[in-house]
Design a protein around this ligand. Structure first.
Ligand code: ADP
Ligand code: MG
Length: 253
């Protein structure tokens, strides 16, 4: 569904590289986590998948097409994009924010209303209560749910999620993670999930690509990584969730 083929990105004319020959594939219905510390190049890589950034070299294919051959605006309508800062329009209600894509496509409210309200129900924001609220009348978790609903509103089968849970408190993060997984499975979404949190990657991803200094240093299923970290960096990233798991088991016994 997504093929990333040796993409590199330099912002300074080739002196340094934010992404270095990054390659991976995401098959249909799969969740790939891009995991790495801040500055490792994760956002740079996802932005090259929806052409918010153009690679310095390398190619990206979505659903068989070289994205260089596609109109960037049309491409972005086919790919849902959720990011930490969400980017809701403050002067628009929840319903207006979620229906931006249908409205851009020239649909009338009678055409999209039921579907948009269905999406709001799906992300557990009952439209009777939430449709006419403005972003400033929502909590952080509720705003993030609106962002999800909006990303789904264009009927996208591919989703890019850039640290979507990063700013939320742990209880809300956990419930949104569970909801994301259930929506992802229900719709058969193909997703690239950016995170710096190994526990989140282990829980939500089918495969994890570990990035360090712009390069992918390890790629495999959560089980693969746990069995054989492959390098010290991955081993270190795994040590925190391992230690937490052990501590909890110890306290329970
Ligand atoms: P991550 O998402 O993993 O935190 P980023 O992809 O945002 O990392 O950034 C990777 C590197 O590229 C960082 O060193 C960052 O400063 C640099 N970078 C990102 N965007 C730009 C830009 N528009 N111009 C110059 N440098 C950038
Ligand atoms: Mg980032």
């Amino acid at each position: 569904m997504i093929t990333v083929d040796r993409i590199s990105k330099s912002f300074d004319g080739g002196k340094t590289f934010a992404a270095k020959a990054v390659s991976f594939e995401v098959s249909q219905g799969e969740v790939l986590a891009l995991l790495g510390s801040s500055g490792s190049g994760k956002s740079t890589v996802v932005k090259m998948i929806n052409r918010l950034l153009e690679p310095t070299s390398g190619k990206v294919f979505v659903d068989g097409s070289d994205i260089q051959d596609l109109d960037p605006v049309a491409l972005r309508r086919r790919i849902g994009y959720v990011f930490q800062a969400i980017g809701l329009f403050p002067h628009m209600t929840v319903e207006e924010n979620v229906s931006i894509i249908p409205r851009l496509l020239g649909q009338k409210r009678t055409d999209y209303r039921d579907r948009v309200h269905g999406l709001l129900n799906l992300v557990e924001l009952p439209p009777g209560d939430f449709a006419i609220r403005y972003p400033h009348q929502l909590s952080g978790g509720e705003r993030q749910r609106v962002g999800f609903a909006r990303a789904l509103s264009g009927g996208a089968k591919v989703m890019l999620l850039d640290e979507p849970f990063g700013a939320l408190d742990p209880v809300i993060r956990d419930s949104l993670q569970t909801e994301f997984k259930s929506i992802q499975q229900q719709f058969g979404l193909t997703a690239v999930l950016v995170t710096h949190d190994m526990a989140e990657a282990l829980l939500l991803a089918d495969r994890i690509a570990v990035m360090k200094e712009g390069a992918v240093v390890r790629i495999g299923t959560p089980r693969d990584l746990l069995r054989e970290p492959g390098n010290d960096y991955v081993d270190r990233l795994l040590s925190t969730p391992r230690r937490h798991g052990e501590l909890i088991r110890m306290l329970e016994s």
